[in-house]
Design a binder for this molecule. Structure first.
Ligand SMILES: Nc1ncnc2c1ncn2[C@@H]1O[C@H](COP(=O)(O)OP(=O)(O)O)[C@@H](O)[C@H]1O
Ligand SMILES: [Mg+2]
Length: 364
């Protein structure tokens, strides 16, 4: 069944009333973002902090409405507030620090997050669709297989991929005000996509999407971790910056495909992290070459070696090549990372080699 278009979903949301203005949600300007991909719908409703409680029933209604549309497999609606939302700005002269004030002020002045984790690694890419989530997931699983306690955090608030890639349909449990990460494939994993249950979704009230990312770090009982792998959204936006400022990153792994366009984006990613003082652990070339599963013959569909050359140009390490193989996509779609589902697959071997390089680079 074809998935609905964003316009169709907006039209559906326009049938819901906005309690504050008496208008509908769309014309009241509540729709902060709306994304639909593979039948998974993610919507953020813009609210002021003090409206969060009143808007929670509307959030649930919207979620149920969207989930009931033809072609929608799952819908997540979150409430977000923005820095520029007037009611959220502290009055002049009253800018006192408060316990959860991380939505305000200069993020570099705020206490660091994830300080209990041995090494936090950001997996980033200049553009989407290069296999960043696939690399992050398999890297994390392979690191866990090497005996490390590993967390995997999906920092993509609007387009989370971990539920799909890890095959997770459970909801995180809440204990003492914190969510417990989902234990899967030897990892402790967390994604906003795990949270569609109305009760746990209450946790998401309030501060904007960056707040949501910070809550995924702070309000999750991660436990003792040697390594945390963070799957970032594509590009060089707010999530990347917040992370670079709020977390002491051991470094960033940049994923690229061999094509020039992807490499140009990867270069921007490298520069961005370098600008904010984050070490580049290296570049990974994904979908590097095609290995015929029948005869083992190598075909370089997108050209090959571009990322290695680019890494040399940028003076950053080259961490390896992951072949383009149908098995990688199949295992992602079946919810079992290929490192586990087919350890003999050349791509799984490539992920193992990547994990070994990364482990060495972070000195664990
Ligand atoms: N090496 C690979 N071989 C085959 N398919 C791949 C490979 N890497 C990623 N894919 C597939 O490409 C698609 C995009 O990958 P994904 O990891 O979601 O990218 P991103 O996180 O960069 O948007 C997915 O369907 C994934 O299964
Ligand atoms: Mg992704």
């Amino acid at each position: 069944m074809p998935q609905p278009t964003p316009e169709q979903l907006r039209a559906a949301l326009a049938t819901l009333a906005d309690p504050a203005s008496g208008r509908d949600l769309v014309s009241a300007g509540r729709i902060d973002s709306l994304q639909v991909k593979d039948g998974l719908v993610q919507v953020a409703l813009r609210v002021r902090r003090e409206e969060a409680a009143a808007m929670e029933p509307v959030r649930r209604q919207a979620e149920a409405l969207l989930a009931g549309q033809d072609g929608v497999r799952n819908a997540t609606v979150i409430l977000t507030a923005h820095r520029d939302t007037p009611a959220q700005t502290p009055p002049q002269g009253h800018a006192r620090g408060h316990a959860h004030g991380h939505a305000h002020g200069d993020p570099r002045q705020q206490p660091k997050l994830l300080t209990a984790v041995g090494a936090v690694i950001a997996v980033a890419s200049g553009k989407g669709g290069v296999g960043k989530s696939t690399v992050a997931t398999n890297l994390a699983v392979a690191l866990a297989g090497r005996g490390l306690a590993v967390g995997l955090l999906d920092a993509d608030i609007y387009g989370p991929s971990l539920p799909h890639m890890l095959g997770v349909t459970r909801r995180p449990e809440v204990r003492d005000d914190k969510m417990l990460p989902i234990k899967v494939w030897g990892l402790a994993a967390m994604s906003i996509g795990f949270i569609t249950d109305p009760d746990t979704a209450m946790i998401w009230r309030g501060p904007m999407v960056m707040g949501a990312l910070q809550q995924l770090m702070e309000q999750v009982a991660w436990g003792k971790l040697d390594v945390m792998v963070i799957d970032l959204p594509p590009g060089t936006g707010d999530a990347q910056l917040t992370l670079a400022q709020r977390v002491s990153l051991a470094g960033a792994v940049i994923v690229s495909t061999p094509q020039d366009v992807a490499l140009a984006d990867a270069r921007r990613g490298v520069k961005m992290f370098e600008t904010v003082g984050v070490k580049i652990l290296g570049l990974v070339e994904n979908m590097s070459f095609f290995c015929c599963p029948e005869c083992g013959h190598r075909t370089e569909i997108f050209g090959h070696g571009g990322a290695r050359a680019e890494a040399a140009r940028l003076g950053v390490p080259f961490l390896g090549e992951i072949p383009l193989l149908a098995g990688v996509r199949e295992s992602s779609d079946s919810g079992t990372p290929i490192v586990i589902s087919a350890p003999e697959n050349p791509a799984a071997a490539a992920f193992q080699a990547l994990a070994a390089s990364v482990q060495k680079a972070i000195g664990r």
